[in-house]
Design a binder for this molecule. Structure first.
Ligand SMILES: *[C@@H]1O[C@H](CO)[C@@H](O)[C@H](O)[C@H]1NC(C)=O
Ligand SMILES: *[C@@H]1O[C@H](CO)[C@@H](O)[C@H](O)[C@H]1NC(C)=O
Length: 335
């Protein structure tokens, strides 16, 4: 079940002092064809990504990212990780031109967007959305150099339950769907990417960038993931991204009854190809400290350092790939 504001309110009342983990906004850092996880060193990479987080982001990222970065677009100022997904484009149903879909900050149910610009909201949950369970289930933070992906641009079947779309309208997020909405959404398209939470305890990466992790989520990404298997025994934070794609200005160009005109930047007309990348970059033991305590609920954390989003928004990197990715395009960059 997707959380509603009512669920949150009830949970907060029922379990005072028991907290759920980190949840915070990150503004857009850059929109470019770079992918240091799947295509390290390749400039430009295959398709356009929407990237948030620390300024150590580059085509190649080795070693301790948290030591190399000096600023981050995320609210948690010790978090120099990078988080990215493919970018969403509109494909004009009659003339075939493409236009980048703007990104809006997620309006969290509590606290508003806090001045984020575009970007996405990141979660690190310890147990589920309203509780932790640290005595029974300690959570181990990722190590420097750790990276992973979830989902695949070439997927042809329904992705796992943690990869979902919602059709926003007014205050409603609508039901979770495994594919793009089939009609215009007056408030935009909401995407969620949940990563697996079980680690093999040894590898910071794997050839497919996924097999060092194991997904045990089967019902909802915001529930506690079922027990980790012996092959991947180490419980990690449950990482999730939420992104709002502002599709509204394209709705009038979507003829009634025509198929979904939104495509992922890899020419992904099927929503099944939704995927996301994670590059760990928290400074020192800051993430472990956050995961060892019951002190964070949404962005309300005790000892974890935060910055104003006005400061986060000033963090920037240079464009490495100099090409046009916005405006009307005859083809998608790289395609
Ligand atoms: C990015 O990587 C290139 C080599 O691929 C290197 O020359 C450059 O200094 C790096 N930039 C940053 C900001 O780390
Ligand atoms: C397609 O339609 C859009 C919206 O009307 C327009 O701005 C764009 O230039 C058109 N592309 C071509 C190739 O005609």
């Amino acid at each position: 079940m997707k959380p509603t504001s009512r669920n949150f309110a009830l949970a907060a009342l029922a379990v005072p002092g028991v907290q759920a983990g980190l949840r915070f906004p990150c503004s857009t850092l850059t929109i470019q064809r770079l992918d240091p996880v799947v295509q390290p060193g390749v400039v430009p990479a295959a398709h356009v990504h929407h990237i948030v987080g620390g300024n150590a982001f580059n085509a190649t990222m080795e070693g301790d990212v948290g030591e190399r970065a000096s600023c981050t677009t995320c609210q948690m100022s010790e978090d120099f990780s990078n988080y990215w997904t493919a970018h969403l484009y509109f494909k004009h149903p009659t003339n075939g031109s493409y236009h980048r879909v703007p990104v809006l900050p997620v309006q969290p149910l509590l606290g508003g967007s806090q001045g984020a610009q575009g970007g996405l909201t990141v979660y690190y949950t310890q147990f589920d959305l309203s509780r932790d369970n640290l005595k029974q289930q300690p959570v181990k933070a990722f190590q420097p150099g750790f990276r992973m992906t979830v989902g695949s641009p070439t997927a042809t079947s329904k992705p796992h339950v943690g990869l979902r779309y919602q059709c926003l309208s007014g205050q409603s997020r609508g039901r979770e769907m495994p594919d793009f909405p089939d009609k215009p959404c007056s408030g935009g398209i909401f995407t969620t990417h949940h990563f697996p939470a079980c680690w093999d305890g040894k590898n910071l990466d794997s050839p497919d960038h996924q097999s060092h992790m194991y997904n045990s989520i089967s019902t909802d990404g915001f529930m506690n993931a079922p027990k980790c298997p012996s092959s991947h025994p180490v419980r990690m934070p449950q990482v999730a991204y939420e992104t709002v794609w502002d599709t509204t200005k394209f709705n009038s160009m979507w003829p009634s009854g025509a198929p979904n005109p939104f495509v992922w930047s890899f020419e992904g007309t099927s929503g099944y190809g939704t995927h996301a990348d994670y590059m760990f970059g928290w400074k020192g033991d800051s993430l472990q400290r956050a995961m060892d305590k019951s002190e964070c609920f949404y962005d309300g954390c005790g000892s974890i350092k935060k910055q104003a989003m006005a400061v986060a928004n000033q963090c920037a990197i240079k464009e490495t790939v100099k090409e046009q990715t916005d405006g009307w395009l005859v083809k998608l960059p790289g395609m």
